[in-house]
Each structure stands twice: as structure tokens, then as C-alpha cells.
Design a protein around this ligand. Structure first.
Ligand SMILES: [Cu+2]
Length: 197
């Protein structure tokens, strides 16, 4: 006689998500944030794409990170889904067609002619750290999680980087100088597709 395991019948229950979303709900992503060198830095980032009434894809980024110094820290989506070491995340996500991923070139004798910063597609806002807890919530329509030219899930993926200092949102027309986009890389997380929470 063949017996069917009793537990198999229950596994479908967890798939019954509450109907909190709408037809406009898009994909989600997440990243586990870790310090580049300091193991005390840790946190998470969650990203959620929605489609506006006009058909614009908007991605809400939420982050919480502990272990950073109080103050503001630059956050960007970088162009490669690698964090070990943090330098492997490359420049700022900026698929182009005329992208220049390096934000600050003041030390160059011949500056790049096409500096997009602070308008790289992956440029976000500063993480604000108070009493050791950093928080960020920001909605951008410069990137998508779904496939397309601005998708963070291109061939080599993307990572989210937290820098040691604030992004001054320096612009080549006025105030580019070394470190103005946040300076050293302090924490990093590889962005991965995620299901509903
Ligand atoms: Cu960055």
C-alpha cells in the first residue's frame, strides 16, 4: 500500500499571500549589507518596483544599516553585483547610452567630457545615521528591477554601496572635487531578486 506523507498537504498554505498589493505591483529585490572591512556594519536594503498610473516604473528603496558613524553617508547602486572586495562593484549603475560611471575626476588633468554625477541612474540619496542606526527611504524612476535598459539586473548584476561620507551631490558645473560623491566604500550588498515579504 502506498502512503502519502501527511505534511505535504500543508506546504501550500504559505503561498496564500495577503492581497495587499494591486495589479500595479512589480518585482522586488533585496541586499544584505556588510561592512567592506568592518564586520560590525550590517543591514538590509529592500527594493520594490511599482508602475504608476502613467506607466512609469518607480522603485522604492528602503535601507536600515547599523554600525556606521552618525551623520550622512552616500548611497548608490553600483554597476556590478560583487562586493568582495567592495571595489569589485565598479562605478555607479548608469547603463547609458552615454554613461560615465566615475563621479569625481578633479585629479585628472583632462576631465572626462561626459560626467553624469549626480545624475547617474544609480545615484540615490544619503543614508542618515543617528545613534548608530542608519535609515534611508527613497523612490527613484531612474532604475528598474524588471528587464529593460535601466534594469539593475543586467548581465553582471548590481550592488548597493554605502560610503564613508555624505554625497554632496556635486555637479561638474560647480563643485566637483575628490570624495564629493561620498569617498571610501564602507559597506556593500549584492542586489538579488526577492519574493513578497
Ligand atoms: Cu557609490
Amino acid at each position: 500500500m502506498t502512503r502519502i506523507p501527511f505534511a505535504v498537504a500543508c506546504c501550500c498554505c504559505v503561498l496564500a499571500w495577503p492581497l495587499s498589493g494591486s495589479a500595479e505591483d512589480g518585482p522586488r529585490a533585496t541586499a544584505e549589507i556588510k561592512g567592506c572591512t568592518d564586520a560590525a556594519i550590517a543591514g538590509t536594503a529592500t527594493l520594490h518596483e511599482r508602475v504608476s498610473a502613467e506607466g512609469i516604473k518607480e522603485v522604492t528603496v528602503k535601507m536600515q544599516v547599523k554600525g556606521l558613524k552618525d551623520g550622512k553617508h552616500a548611497v548608490h547602486i553600483h554597476e556590478v553585483g560583487k562586493c568582495e572586495p567592495c571595489g569589485d562593484a565598479g562605478g555607479h549603475h548608469d547603463p547609458g547610452p552615454s554613461g560615465q560611471s566615475r563621479p569625481d575626476t578633479a585629479s585628472d588633468t583632462v576631465p572626462a567630457t561626459d560626467i553624469n554625477h549626480p545624475f547617474h541612474m544609480g545615484d540615490l540619496i544619503n543614508l542618515d545615521v543617528k545613534n548608530g542606526i542608519g535609515k534611508l527611504e527613497h523612490t527613484t524612476n531612474r532604475v528598474t528591477l524588471s528587464p529593460g535598459r535601466l534594469s539593475i539586473f543586467d548581465g553582471d548584476g548590481s550592488a548597493i554601496i554605502v560610503h564613508a561620507q555624505a554625497d554632496t551631490y556635486c555637479d561638474e558645473e560647480s563643485d566637483l572635487k575628490k570624495g564629493c560623491a561620498g569617498g571610501a566604500r564602507e559597506a556593500c550588498g549584492v542586489l538579488r531578486p526577492a519574493g513578497k515579504p
